[in-house]
Ligand binder design. Structure first.
Ligand code: NAP
Length: 282
């Protein structure tokens, strides 16, 4: 018998004896099927989103709160903006706290997760979103600009994913922000794109480490998105819009919607992947 036949038989045998939750697509689907209601996907759950004082992170925190999650909002320097996001969420009837923490600092990251646990009693979604983008030709890149980007984007995301791996409840979701720049290979983007390519490796490896716990880990790769990180002159923005089949660049809410989709019960089978959310830009 060939190896293919063997695997097919094993699969069929497993499927025949599969528990209801597996047949329905996992715990989240089973939960909603059991309750038979239209409960929000985040009801009774809690999420932590780094870099959520503005841009994609803020849109994600707001969206997850609307989906029912209690949310921890994080900033590096813009405390007022983080507090505003929390106020907006509370004004809509949601629950949120904010914490200032440099993701590059493991002790600060631990303290932020402790504050989250204390406020909400558990963790179901981690979005490792905080990052900076420094671009320059290789020949001109300064050590300082490169090192800060490595500290924030590679070490920082590692710090966040490590705490997530230690603390998440079973059935959770971990999403780390990559970028379409990992495919685009643009001049001057070498350093930044390398830090974003690391997120693909993180997602793939961590998804396997968490085997058996129904925690999916994915890298979400936006295209050009309308935030202050996209610090380019209007003609370049227009060019990016022209290169996108929808004729516009992304809005933070477009990316928040994609993240919310991964967090939903229907997102469970997407695991260990890079998911490009760029309107077809590349
Ligand atoms: N915008 C795009 O075109 C685009 C495209 C592809 C991928 N992405 C990725 O999407 C993610 C979000 O980008 P964005 O455009 O929303 O960025 P953004 O508007 O510049 O916002 C960055 C957020 O990260 C926070 N932050 C920065 N350094 C931090 C640190 N060391 N510790 C904690 N928080 C920190 C900022 O906090 P403060 O407000 O306190 O500074 C802010 O909340 C990033 O991972 C980025 O690489 C963006």
């Amino acid at each position: 018998m060939s190896e293919t036949d063997n695997s097919r038989r094993t699969f069929l045998a497993l499927a025949a004896g599969a528990p209801a939750a597996l047949a329905l697509g996992g715990a989240a689907s089973a939960q909603s099927a059991q309750s038979g209601d239209r409960a929000l996907p985040g009801a009774g759950r809690a999420a932590l989103v780094t870099g959520s004082s503005r841009g994609i992170g803020a849109a994600t925190a707001r969206r997850l709160a609307r989906d029912g999650y209690a949310v921890t909002v994080n900033c590096l320097v813009n405390r007022d903006l983080a507090a505003n996001v929390v106020r907006d969420i509370e004004a809509e009837g949601g629950r949120a706290i904010w914490r200032q923490a440099d993701v590059a600092d493991p002790a600060m990251v631990r303290a932020m997760f402790d504050a989250h646990d204390e406020a909400f009693g558990g963790l179901d979604v981690v979005v490792s979103n905080a990052a900076i983008m420094n671009t320059a030709p290789f020949a001109d890149f300064t050590d300082e600009a490169f090192d800060r980007m490595i500290a924030t984007n590679i070490k920082g995301s590692f710090n966040v994913l490590r705490e997530g791996a230690r603390r998440m409840r079973d059935g959770g979701r971990i999403i780390t922000l990559a970028s379409t720049s990992i495919k685009a290979m643009r001049a001057t983007h070498g350093g930044y794109a390398a830090t974003k390519a690391a997120q693909e490796i993180y997602a793939g490896c961590l998804s396997k480490e968490l085997a058996g716990r129904r925690i999916s880990v994915n890298a979400l790769a936006p295209g050009p998105t309308n935030t202050s990180l996209l610090d380019v002159p209007p003609p370049l923005r227009a060019q990016a819009a022209e290169m996108t089949p929808y004729g516009r660049i992304g809005e933070p809410e477009d990316i928040a919607n994609a993240i919310a989709a991964l967090c939903s019960g229907d997102g469970e089978w997407i695991n260990g992947q890079v998911v490009f959310a760029n309107g077809g830009f590349l």
